[in-house]
Write a protein that binds this ligand. Structure first.
Ligand code: AMP
Length: 302
């Protein structure tokens, strides 16, 4: 399996109704990698500053996450400060300090250039283009984007679409990017601009896929114990891409099953602060919860 992710590696300050954490291990590439690592090895391309704790590198290295593409730059690590209130549907970003991510030029190690599956996790569209130029032979490239880049670099985000196989984003971002009246129209709008599939995440309400053979929807995994939703979207993408890369197949069926695996890995991410809920997760744990999920949605024949 050759799965590569490029994205942020962060120190997060997070507040939820269940408590607060300071300088927690975070970042889009981190959540993605922990989730995908349940299915096989992951290659991470990103950057940290000189303040990044060695203990966090050890946590990543404990899983099959290859850090040869993680640059260590002089300066401070990217920092995000977010808060969730009430039903915790949407993070309120209180502060973003790009720090070393601001001057980041991704370098894909030569041994990674043959990666078949590539996830462009939240990072600037300029970073995404630089990675695409280095993985020309990839079989399936999925990109994420978010309000920060839609607001600040919308044209660059749109310019990426023809080079992607898939775009994944949440419901609010999908409407913001496409300016369409509903999610089905938004997914169609995206697919008319290049990607063969578009995945829209709807938080606790599940997800929607528009793919080569039409539309597919899944509910979320019903969860009473949501402690910290940070990274749910990246953990979703990690489960989905990890599964597809492990099967090494891009078909309507693996896309739909990928959606189910993403639902399951995201449900583990939100059970604890930071990525802890994913770090101890095994393939067996994923399969058990998937079986529960399928039971919850199965209707026997009349
Ligand atoms: P998610 O909750 O899946 O959207 O991802 C949350 C993670 O995204 C956090 O760990 C943050 O460190 C990271 N993040 C937040 N803002 C940005 C940004 N502008 N660029 C890259 N990563 C970000």
């Amino acid at each position: 399996m050759s799965l590569l992710v490029v994205g942020s590696v962060a120190l997060d300050d997070v507040e939820t109704p269940y408590g607060a954490r300071r300088s927690e291990l975070g970042g889009s590439a981190v959540y993605f990698s922990f989730a995908a690592a349940c299915f096989g090895p992951v290659r991470l391309v990103g950057v940290v500053g000189s303040d990044f704790p060695a203990e966090y590198l050890e946590r990543l290295a404990r899983r099959p996450i290859d850090l040869a593409g993680l640059q260590r730059a002089q300066g401070r690590t990217f920092r995000w400060h977010g808060a969730y209130e009430g039903r915790m549907e949407q993070a309120r970003t209180l502060a973003v300090s790009l720090n070393v991510l601001g001057g980041f030029t991704p370098r894909v190690p030569p041994a990674y250039a043959n990666s078949s599956y590539v996830f462009l996790a939240n990072a600037s569209p300029g970073t995404h283009v630089q990675v695409l130029d280095q993985v020309a032979g990839a079989r399936f490239v999925l990109a994420d984007t978010m309000n920060y880049y839609i607001e600040n670099e919308r044209d660059a985000v749109l310019g990426l679409l023809p080079r992607l196989d898939g775009l994944i984003l949440n419901d609010v971002e999908a409407l913001q990017l496409t300016e369409q009246p509903n999610l089905l129209a938004a997914a169609r709008w995206v697919c008319e601009r290049g990607p063969s599939c578009c995945i829209i995440k709807k938080g606790e309400h599940g997800s929607l896929l528009r793919g080569p053979d039409g539309v597919f929807v899944l509910p979320g995994f019903p969860h009473e114990a949501v402690v910290d939703p940070t990274g749910a979207g990246d953990a979703f993408a990690g489960g989905m891409m990890g599964y597809m890369a492990s099967r090494d197949e891009v078909t309507p069926d693996t896309l739909k099953r990928g959606l189910a695996y993403g639902t399951i890995t995201a449900s583990f991410a939100i059970e604890q602060f930071g990525p802890a809920g994913l770090e101890s997760l095994t393939g067996e744990g994923v399969e058990q919860r998937l079986a529960d999920f399928l039971r919850l949605t199965h209707l026997s024949a009349p």
